[in-house]
Design a binder for this molecule. Structure first.
Ligand code: HEM
Ligand code: HEM
Ligand SMILES: [Fe+2]
Length: 460
């Protein structure tokens, strides 16, 4: 660690991992509720558990992105953070607001939560991923503004690199598109159109810039390849992301009452969205093959390569699978969607955050360059357990989805939704088993932090 202020990232990383555990615990509860309908009812209804699962995911990824920025930007800018104190204050504000919101979900009925938080003054609640009470949303904006101010001031006073510019663009975009969560038109079509401006333009737009930047940073550090080469890749990747991803939003406008031309625009542009993900695979493997040093932190490199591969599979391949409108006509809102959502989020955003944590944490904790061999072995086990079980979760949900489409939407005598759910329960059981293995992988990941032994140093 070259700058003292980078150490503030540690708080963000620890909070991220803590909330990640919560997310997965609720994931396994949800998975069980899929097959044992009244499990934990009425204490934790399915809709509440689902909201906790998805909101925790978003919140811990945001902690991860912020921690990554606090770690990377001083090093890229070659200067201390503008204000370490502000970063610490905002950390506690965000953590307390986040935890209170989750407790709110769990302790009072959602309608009551809406009432006591003044949702009727400025109604923003009740939409997937954007369920947070309006006051929490305002809190998120305040934290985001303080964070962006801090990071932007640091970049402005120091060296300006492509990596930090792309990161800044992504982070500013993230905050700006979140503002659409305050726009909640009565007209359902408009509501959906702008809801996707948050959700789609995040994961298939500005977050992809953050992804590219984090990946490039970890690759520069672990491979020692020239910055110029990495920067050229980054330019092309982010250009392709924006060219395909912005108009690609149209793949969500097929069936919501938007004009018909979106069938074409959505299909064509979103079909090109896998290109930047594919480029990230070529990029990552190219850099590792051309590496000029053997960095002792093996798990960090494994996470970086894993991110590129799994993001391509989850977003690129599983996204393409259902993105053309004649296909989406059948698969819309089925388990195919859930399969894709899981692998894409895990492969792109979960893994890249774990990659930067894996690279930065040993340095923040004052280790020479990397953890002991034993700690690294356990971390690599956790990589494989989580990644392989996510592949299985995706495959089981894809199996469930194919049968669901077949039984419920094709053929002469389509069955009802619930009849079909009973028929495909075996897939949900298998998903649950894979989910428990995922949880074990995550626990091992945490265990790896507590394994001591002789630290690995840089081998010349
Ligand atoms: C890392 C990037 C991505 C993430 C995290 C992601 C995540 C998700 C999630 C969570 C949903 C479900 C949203 C909902 O209705 O609640 C979704 C839907 C969808 N995604 Fe992605 N996605 C990514 C990239 C892509 C790409 C590159 C494509 C196309 C090639 C794609 C195509 C689709 C389509 C067509 C739907 C709508 C499914 C339906 O009609 O039910 N996604 N995505
Ligand atoms: C890092 C790992 C995980 C990520 C990134 C993740 C992400 C998500 C996302 C984005 C959704 C909303 C999907 C959509 O609307 O299409 C979701 C829903 C869900 N997740 Fe996860 N999840 C993870 C792990 C798990 C695990 C381990 C389980 C269970 C064993 C699980 C079970 C579920 C269930 C049952 C739903 C609700 C699906 C529905 O409404 O039909 N998740 N998850
Ligand atoms: Fe999308």
């Amino acid at each position: 660690m070259q700058y003292q202020s980078q150490a503030v990232a540690k708080y963000y990383f620890i909070a991220a991992i803590g909330l990640f555990v919560g997310q997965i615990l609720f994931g396994t509860i949800l998975g069980l509720q899929y097959v044992i309908g009244d499990f934990l009812f009425p204490e934790i209804p399915f809709n509440v558990a689902r909201m906790v699962h998805t909101n925790l995911l978003i919140v811990w990824l945001l902690f991860g992105f912020m921690g990554a920025a606090y770690y990377m930007v001083p090093e890229e800018s070659e200067t201390e953070l503008h204000s370490t104190k502000l970063a610490l204050i905002l950390f506690w504000v965000f953590l307390v607001a986040g935890v209170l919101t989750i407790l709110g979900y769990l302790m009072v009925p959602y309608a009551t939560l809406a009432k006591i938080t003044g949702n009727d003054l400025l109604p923003t609640m009740g939409r997937e991923f954007l369920e947070q009470p309006t006051i929490t949303k305002i809190g998120i904006v305040v934290v985001a503004l303080g964070f962006l101010y801090n990071i932007s001031m640091t970049v402005l006073k120091g060296r300006k690199t492509v990596i930090s510019m792309v990161l800044l663009l992504g982070l500013w975009g993230l905050a700006i598109f979140f503002l659409f969560s305050f726009y909640n038109p009565e007209n359902l079509i408009l509501d959906k159109i702008f809801w996707w401006w948050v959700v789609h333009l995040w994961v298939e737009g500005v977050w992809e810039l953050i992804l590219g930047s984090l990946l490039a940073f970890v690759l520069i550090k672990t491979t020692g390849v020239d910055r110029e080469i990495i920067e050229k890749w980054l330019y092309v990747i982010i250009a392709m992301t924006l060219i395909t991803g912005i108009i690609g939003t149209g793949h969500h406008y097929y069936w919501i009452g938007a004009p018909e031309y979106w069938q074409w625009w959505g299909s064509i542009f979103s079909a090109l969205e896998p290109i930047p993900f594919f480029m990230m695979v070529i990029f990552a493997f190219n850099m590792v093959n051309r590496r000029r040093r053997e960095h002792p932190n093996k798990p960090a490199m494994l996470w970086a390569l894993g991110t590129a591969v799994m993001a391509f599979l989850g977003a690129g391949v599983w996204g393409f699978l259902h993105t053309l409108s004649p296909v989406n006509y059948y698969t819309h809102g089925t388990q195919i969607t859930a399969a894709h959502g899981h692998m894409a989020f895990y492969g792109a955003y979960v893994m890249v955050v774990l990659a930067i944590i894996s690279y930065a944490m040993p340095l923040i904790r004052g280790r020479a360059a990397a953890n002991s061999v034993n700690a690294q072995v356990v971390e690599m086990w956790s990589f494989w357990l989580m990644t392989v079980s996510m592949v299985f979760i995706t495959l089981f949900l894809t199996g469930a989805g194919i049968l669901q489409v077949w039984l419920q939407r094709l053929g002469d005598a389509p069955m009802s939704f619930m009849e079909v759910q009973d028929k495909i329960a075996i897939f949900y059981w298998m998903r649950e088993i894979a989910g428990v293995i995922f949880l074990i992988g995550l626990i091992l990941y945490i265990v790896s932090f507590f394994i001591g032994g002789e630290e690995r140093k840089v081998a010349a």
